[in-house]
Design a protein around this ligand. Structure first.
Ligand code: MN3
Length: 201
């Protein structure tokens, strides 16, 4: 069963001025499309073919084209979903409680998440994950690795992810990754992150 590239759930320019339309268009229509097509090619005719994407992240982990493209397919689906046009709300309810329990405050959380995203050398992702029991944890991973993959030093269920590959920001921000990370806080969809927290805690 082949995976399909879902349309972006908002217009390419919907996240401006924080993320520009051209970046969003290339990122979704070229990069995410390539991960999707390459994933389908990598699993075609193998015993991974009929698994869910979550199962593939675990069972296809040892096969490099599957690991890179399965991660790329999953990670970008999450990335589009946890952003929203019209600006972010602050986290509220039990996700806010979990963030405050782990980091003290939302501002302190942003400091720690920014640090994880900034210090990830080269290409990768910063994550907020939830562990069974409800504890949240920030971590980062290389390339298209994902916290659901075993043994990458970053675990739990990912409920928020930030792409820090240069293709995610270079057109608009050039080398200024910290500016891009700072802008990301303006477009987080905390309602979606909260629902993912509730479903996976
Ligand atoms: Mn990307």
């Amino acid at each position: 069963m082949a995976f399909t590239l879902a349309p972006l759930p908002y217009a390419f320019n919907a996240l401006e001025p924080h993320i520009d339309a051209r970046t969003m268009e290339i990122h979704h229509d070229k990069h995410h499309a390539a991960y999707t097509n390459n994933l389908n090619a990598a699993i075609a005719g193998t015993d991974l073919e009929n698994l869910t994407i979550e199962e593939i992240l675990v069972k296809g982990f040892e096969k490099m084209p599957v690991r890179n493209n399965g991660g790329g397919f999953y990670n970008h689906n999450l990335f589009w979903e946890i952003m929203t046009p019209g600006g972010a709300s602050a986290p509220t309810g039990e996700i806010a409680d979990a963030i405050n329990a782990a980091y003290g405050s939302y501002d302190k959380f942003k400091e720690e998440f920014t640090k994880a995203a900034t210090t990830r050398f080269g290409s990768g992702w910063a994550w907020l994950c939830v562990h069974k029991g409800g504890k949240v944890e920030i971590c980062s991973s290389a390339n298209q690795d994902n916290p659901l993959m075993p043994g990458i030093g970053c675990g739990g269920f990912p409920i928020l992810g930030l792409d820090v590959w240069e293709h995610a920001y270079y057109l608009h921000y050039q080398n200024r990754r910290p500016d891009y990370i700072g802008a990301f806080y303006n477009v987080i969809n905390w309602d979606i992150v909260a629902s993912k927290y509730g479903a996976n805690k």
